[in-house]
Ligand binder design. Structure first.
Ligand SMILES: [Zn+2]
Length: 76
């Protein structure tokens, strides 16, 4: 399945966004802990042992990566 980049319109390459241990999307930069402080903060990964794998797509032209953060730990 191909996907066009929502930012620049070029073809994106699919793959897996892999992360280690902890990842968050926060409203403001947290300096000490990535855990949520605001109701809109999202703790995407909190797995001290295995990390996580998300299926996603990357645009190597403009640098955008898209992935579904609710679809955690997809297998190849
Ligand atoms: Zn792009």
């Amino acid at each position: 399945m191909t996907m066009k980049c929502p930012k620049c319109g070029k073809e994106m390459q699919t793959g897996y966004l892999q992360t280690d241990k902890i990842m968050a999307f926060n409203q403001h930069i947290h300096k000490l802990s990535l855990h949520p402080k605001d109701e809109n903060d999202v703790l995407i990964v909190n797995n001290m042992i295995n990390g996580a794998n998300f299926k996603g797509a990357i645009c190597k032209d403009c640098g955008l990566i898209t992935f579904d953060y609710t679809n955690i730990n997809v297998k190849e």
